[in-house]
Design a protein around this ligand. Structure first.
Ligand code: ARG
Length: 472
């Protein structure tokens, strides 16, 4: 559900649910600082489900009758009614967070029975239970979007497995490759991200509920049963660890940062290929933007934003790392700051991934300009040196001889294509022009993992199999 934050909370002097030991409620500015409802409202449905599981745990422990259990579950499930997800809800200003809001609503509905809800639990275990549940679902959504991008890359790679282009190192022509080869390389990086997300998810599927504030309770609750009810793989091992641990959030941000970094590198290639000066690819109108002043412009904003967002997500990781570093074990309110960087990273990726998929899915490659650029003679120098190696020349000598040949040709204002017999026969090779064949060059590098079109098609098979195979 979406929400509009109410005015910055004035606790209004109202005593909150924990107010027994207090003679007045928090000052307006203290309340305003402490409120997290405007962002933890994202946990509304997870908090209801965790509360329902807790009510059942209280019943199992003999602390609630079947009738009381039923009333509590009904009241919890009724809090948000049948509201459509799209309805904008005005959030109440008096509640500090989603947990307080739910408990207040249940207590208002059921009186003394509602007041039994919080036995044996704390917001310390509740908030991390909600957070893990929310994040596990978010991880699935991000993995699905990343898998779509991998499928798009594999499809485009297969289509362009024969399309030659210059491969660059240091942004300078290096060796001939194909578009399909480069797109497959990006896809393999993303497959590692999918694997990392899967491994993260297995480690995150641990239920903290029942840990209480720091040291469980005397109420005979069964955390394993609660974990099972909530769909977690297992319950916590140690209650203090359960409420203090934010590894799941930190690791999620690490995985997201690496994924975002991969997206930024892919986006950088797209932006570069579509530079008019290079002309290797043309952006679809739907994935490029004009200039407010210069009529001729077709700018790669989608790719540039995908590139720039990596910095933002890396910042989210640094934010959480800094909040956690040095924090003594236990719950501290600093930990409330753990959520927004995670929301930001997840929501940013959910914007970037589909946009980049669309951008790449609709990119028009310009085979002609890439083939023309593949006639750069330098791209063939390594092939020449290797031909000498095959003819028995030690590599270092072949490298030097090829370098010297290129140097003297450059000094004479000539190129490899001008070589026929003069000096060339010393290499025992055919005439120079016949070597400058991008298709033959790429086909000759047909080692496993190489750029030869058949090898790239094998790589596409491997990518498509991996992306549709569950990791665990
Ligand atoms: N809103 C809090 C958070 O996000 C919930 C936990 C509050 N716990 C406490 N001991 N004050 O961390």
């Amino acid at each position: 559900m979406s929400s509009a934050a109410g005015d910055a909370g004035d606790g209004g002097g109202l005593k909150p649910l924990w107010g027994g030991r207090f003679s007045k409620g928090p000052a307006g500015e203290a309340h305003a600082l402490g409120v997290s409802l405007h962002f933890d409202v994202r946990f509304a449905s997870e908090d209801i489900e965790a509360s329902v599981a807790h009510v059942h745990a209280l019943q199992d422990a003999g602390l609630l009758t079947a009738g009381e259990t039923e009333s509590l579950v009904e009241a919890l499930r009724g809090i948000w009614g049948e509201e459509d997800d799209d309805i904008v809800v005005e959030l109440p200003v008096q509640d500090e967070d989603i947990h307080m809001l739910h408990e207040r609503k249940v207590t208002e509905a059921l009186g003394d029975l509602g007041a039994k809800l919080h036995a044996g639990r704390s917001r310390n275990d509740l908030v991390v239970t909600d957070f893990r549940l929310w994040l596990l679902a978010e991880g699935v959504a991000i993995a699905e979007d990343a898998a779509d991008l991998v499928r798009t890359l594999a499809r485009r790679s297969r289509e362009t497995a024969d399309m030659v282009m210059p491969g660059f190192t240091h942004n300078r022509p290096a060796q001939v490759v194909t578009v399909g080869y480069v797109l497959a390389a990006h896809a393999f990086a993303l497959l590692r991200d999918l694997e990392r997300l899967d491994q993260w998810s297995a480690r995150t599927s641990v239920s903290p509920l029942g840990a209480g504030a720091i040291a469980t309770s005397t109420l005979g609750l069964d955390p394993a049963k609660t974990a099972e009810r909530l769909g977690f793989v297992r319950p916590f091992d140690n209650a203090l660890d359960a409420i203090a641990d934010r590894d799941f959030a930190l690791e999620f941000l690490s995985v997201c940062s690496i994924l975002a970094l991969h997206l930024s590198r892919l986006a950088a290639d797209v932006a570069r290929w579509s530079e008019p000066a290079l002309g290797f690819a043309h952006l679809d109108d739907a994935y490029s933007t004009g200039s407010s002043m210069m009529p001729q412009k077709r700018n790669p904003d989608v790719a540039e934003l995908a590139r720039g967002k990596a910095g933002r997500i890396a910042g989210d990781l640094v934010t959480l790392t800094t909040i956690l570093a040095g924090l003594p074990l236990g719950y501290h309110r600093d930990l409330q700051e753990d959520k927004e960087p995670v929301f930001d990273a997840a929501e940013t990726l959910e914007l970037v991934l589909p946009a980049l998929s669309g951008c790449i899915g609709t990119l028009r490659f310009d085979a002609g300009s890439m083939r023309a650029a593949s006639m750069d003679e330098g791209l063939y120098a390594t092939d020449i040196a290797e031909a000498l190696v095959i003819a028995g020349v030690p590599f270092r000598e072949a490298h030097r001889a090829t370098g010297e040949l290129l140097k003297s040709l450059a000094e004479e204002g000539r190129g490899l294509r001008d070589l026929h017999d003069d000096g060339w026969s010393a290499f025992g090779l055919k005439d120079g022009a016949s070597l400058l064949d991008p298709d033959a060059s790429v086909r000759a590098r047909n080692m496993p993992g190489g750029p030869a079109p058949d090898r790239v098609r094998e790589q596409c098979d491997a990518i498509e199999t991996a992306v549709d195979t569950p990791w665990s």
